[in-house]
Ligand binder design. Structure first.
Ligand code: G6P
Length: 610
């Protein structure tokens, strides 16, 4: 993984491929490469570094040719290096691949025995060697790839080209997304339609196990059983595309933090009416399924998992039914028990996270009532495989560290908890209307918090030379603290931990000294007095505190304790509002430390491998 682009056209395609790669840069990667068939010869250029550097290399030479493939790689098997970058080549064939070939060592052994040699440490290289091996006996590239696929175990979205058949792309999909972009007298492929927006808005989504042979004028598809099938093309309005420029902001992350006051009302539109929740906004079957639901299971990864933890509290508090939130990579590999009448919810910004998708697929064999996806990408695999879908409408999020996708997920989950509570008759009309009014006020409160940006920027100077930080919260604010810690570690590389403040004396108190900044999320709620005691525990041990507190909570700056005053907000929305300053804090610390804010090292936006 991480980004694939391919083209078969009459015109030269190298610039189209490079543009496609740069549109996928936001996903994170460490090397890039391109291969084009130039007058019957396969020409390849690869660099360890950014697409910009690859483009410089390409522009130093002439790289004409109407058929080509390109890739941004995020290292899984083998270090980031030119030798490990895609495309990989064997004989006249080249491949780019996302996913993991699980039995690659076994295949490699076999091919070594057949006299093949290997130049990289990647699993991908076996794909191209295997196709080359079968090409010796099969009549063309397509047949060779079909034969190779029969030997594979694992996940792949991959595109092959061969200089023997310069007008073809062969595409395979199993477990890693790829789409075909349909043009006029030219066709394209990519791992994400966004890469192809400058050349087409018509896409064919392949299904699991599909193989496609693509030329300038034809697209033929075979399903997993080998039957020729027709897959319809759909026109994409790039609804998930958003604006892929930074505008007046320095980084996408900064822009996305600021956009939160715009995307939240966008996400709310049509989902409430006259001060009431609209359960049907979760889909045609929602009311019927919600009535039957007696338990909720939430599965997600990363930031989306934190949204799930917050939702667990909300569902139990408002709807009065039990809820669980679990990390997808754990859920999928343990023997879990399905409570009767449980609704299965996945939360995913990208809709392609491999572990979340695998968990969703597994849930279908485990007797769940049905599945609901909370997702930001309409065309994604998770969306297509779920019974009900709620789009978060955050617009495309480009910064690897999730910000606006998270707060719109929270909004979706509040609407869910409220709708469920309404259907279960757990809230009266007055409470419902108060909750809806609180939701409607979120954008204004976010704007208030954003006005504190300068204060938070100054505060961030204190963190630059720190190696560790501790985040504390209680109740529903505990996952908010976890999200704050995750943001800081993702983009500033400072080790950050979050703890439920009540657990302090069971371990983390031992870490407290003047070198350990302690960040506390302290809205004025039922737990505030408990939290004050925890703050005292830290102060008594010489800790340095940064308390994000409600302006009416009575906190004042004291020695070694800095208070950041936030607006007094209704309890129900405080997780959304208190997330914003923590995002700003991480952003400013990262800026001062000079890290790559939008593409932090070693991380990817969309983790399509497990
Ligand atoms: C990666 C991203 C995170 C994201 C997580 C889950 O780690 O860098 O920002 O929270 O994947 O992704 P998802 O698309 O499923 O929300």
């Amino acid at each position: 993984m991480c980004g694939i682009v391919g083209a078969v056209a009459q015109r030269d395609v190298s610039q189209i491929l490079l543009e496609g790669l740069s549109r996928l840069e936001y996903r994170g990667y460490d090397s890039a490469g391109i291969a084009v068939i130039d007058h019957g010869n396969l020409k390849r250029i690869r660099t360890a570094g950014k697409v910009r550097e690859l483009a410089e290399e390409v522009n130093k030479t002439v790289l004409p040719g109407g058929t080509g493939i390109a890739h941004t790689r995020w290292a899984t098997h083998g270090a980031p290096s030119v030798a490990n970058a895609h495309p990989h080549v064997s004989g006249n064939i080249a491949v780019v691949h996302n996913g993991i070939i699980e039995n690659y060592l076994e295949i490699k052994e076999r091919l070594l025995g057949e006299g093949f040699s290997f130049e990289s440490d990647t699993d991908t290289e076996v794909l191209v060697k295997l196709a080359d091996y079968y090409r010796r006996t099969e009549k063309d590239l397509l047949s060779a790839v079909k034969a190779a696929v029969r030997d594979l175990r694992g996940a792949y979205g991959a595109v092959f080209i061969s200089s023997d058949e310069p007008d073809h792309l062969v595409l395979i999909r199993s477990g890693s997304p790829v789409v075909i972009g349909v043009g006029l007298g030219e066709n394209f492929v990519a791992s994400d339609p966004l890469a192809l927006m400058p050349v087409t808005h018509n896409f064919i989504y392949l299904e699991e196990g599909d193989i496609a042979d693509i030329s300038r004028f034809s697209i033929s598809v075979w399903d997993a059983a080998g039957n020729a099938v027709k897959r319809e093309s759909v026109s994409s309005d790039a609804s998930s595309g958003g604006d892929a420029t930074k505008g007046n902001y320095h980084h996408f992350m900064e822009k996305e933090i600021y956009e939160q006051s715009i995307v939240i009302p966008q996400s709310l539109e049509g989902r409430i009416r006259n001060g009431r929740f609209l359960p049907e906004s979760f889909g045609a079957r929602a009311v019927e399924l919600f009535k039957e639901t007696e338990h909720v299971k939430i599965v997600a990864c990363g930031t989306s998992f934190h949204a799930g933890l917050i939702a667990k509290s909300w569902i139990e508090e408002f709807a009065g039914i039990t809820a669980d939130a679990e990390i997808a990579s754990e859920f999928r590999y343990r023997k879990s028990v399905t409570e009767p009448r449980t609704l299965f919810i996945t939360i995913s910004q990208s809709g392609e996270t491999a572990d979340t998708l695998a968990a969703l697929r597994l849930s279908k064999q485990q007797g769940y009532l049905g599945s609901l996806a909370i997702c930001n990408v309409p065309e994604s695999s998770i969306v297509r495989e779920s019974d009900m879908v709620f789009f978060t409408r955050a617009g495309r999020e480009i910064g690897v560290a999730s910000t606006k996708a998270f707060t719109t997920q929270l909004l979706a989950l509040l609407l869910f908890a409220g709708s469920l509570a309404k259907i279960k008759a757990r809230i009266d009309a007055e409470t419902e209307s108060a909750m809806v009014q609180a939701l409607e006020k979120i954008p204004a409160f976010i704007s208030d918090v954003l006005r504190q940006d300068d204060i938070i920027r100054k505060l961030s100077l204190d963190f630059v030379n720190k190696r560790n930080a501790l985040f504390l919260g209680r109740g529903v604010m505990c996952p908010v603290a976890m999200e704050g810690a995750l943001k800081l570690k993702e983009i500033s590389y400072i080790h950050a931990e979050a703890y439920a403040a009540g657990e302090l004396k069971h371990g983390p108190l031992a870490l407290i000294d003047s070198e350990m900044p302690v960040i506390v999320v302290a809205p004025r709620n039922d737990l505030l007095e408990k939290l004050r005691s925890n703050i005292q525990e830290v102060r008594a041990r010489g800790g340095v505190l940064y308390v994000f507190a409600s302006e009416n909570s009575g906190f004042r700056d004291e020695e070694n304790m800095k208070i950041i005053h936030l607006p007094a907000v209704p309890d129900v929305i405080s997780p959304v509002i208190y997330t914003i300053p923590l995002q700003l804090l991480a952003y400013h610390v990262a800026i001062i430390k000079g890290t790559d804010v939008d593409q932090p090292r070693n991380l990817a936006k969309s983790v399509t491998v497990e």
